[in-house]
Design a protein around this ligand. Structure first.
Ligand code: ITT
Length: 193
């Protein structure tokens, strides 16, 4: 089975390829020759996830899936949330965003945060969504070089390490993305038997 992934983020593609069950092949939209940025103008993670999947499905007349992920920090009233990719501005790098979080939280005692991923599988005008959440905390400093995005400052509950101090297989033990993909994979398995 071949699935098209509506994402321009190559880190996500790599992670997802390490998760899906045997027999499922994932093709990134860039490999399909789709070079545009996907629209993400909704106010929620669910809304953006659907918007991206629906947009690509219509543009390429295909079945595909997308995911939207946000880091929700309790003491910042759920920010950066749906704005995670552009927290420090429209063209912000991962490092800019991480620095902004550390700065905003310089005095914060409450460091509780969670990652939330919502996958949307869009096929023939219908869609279904799968959520994955991982609770954790924001560290005081960056730690580790692996992964991407906010990985150097997010320590999942039950771990002494940040995501960025983990190899991919270890991140997958805790990962918000992995949890949502397990649900998605389960659905695919059931709907193809
Ligand atoms: P696509 O929309 O093309 O998939 P994107 O990078 O814009 O790629 P999102 O809109 O979902 O993706 O933005 C989420 C941002 O949150 C992302 O740019 C990272 O900064 C961060 N992020 C997402 N997943 C993460 C993870 O597993 N670890 C750390 N940071 C993550």
């Amino acid at each position: 089975m071949k699935l098209i992934f509506a994402t321009g983020n190559l880190h996500k593609l790599k992670e997802v390829r390490s998760m899906l069950p045997r027999g499922v092949q994932v093709i990134g939209m860039r490999e399909m020759g789709f070079e545009e940025e996907l629209p993400e103008t909704q106010m929620t993670i669910e809304g953006n996830s659907l918007q991206k999947a629906e947009y690509l499905a219509r543009e390429l007349s295909c079945t595909c899936f997308a995911e939207d992920t946000g880091l929700e920090i309790e003491s910042l009233n759920g920010e950066p949330g749906v704005y995670s990719a552009r927290y420090a501005g429209e063209n912000a790098t991962f490092e800019d965003n991480v620095n902004k979080v550390l700065q905003e939280m310089a005095e914060a005692e409450n460091r509780k945060a969670r990652f939330k991923t919502v996958i949307t599988y869009y096929s023939e005008g219908k869609y279904v969504q799968f959520e994955g959440i991982t609770e954790g905390e924001i560290t005081k400093e960056k730690q580790g070089e692996e992964g991407f995005g906010y990985d150097p400052i997010f320590k999942p509950l039950g771990s002494a390490k940040t995501y960025a101090q983990m190899a991919l297989a270890e991140k997958n033990i805790y990962s918000h993305r992995k949890k949502s993909f397990e649900r998605f994979a389960n659905y695919l398995t059931k709907s193809t038997v």
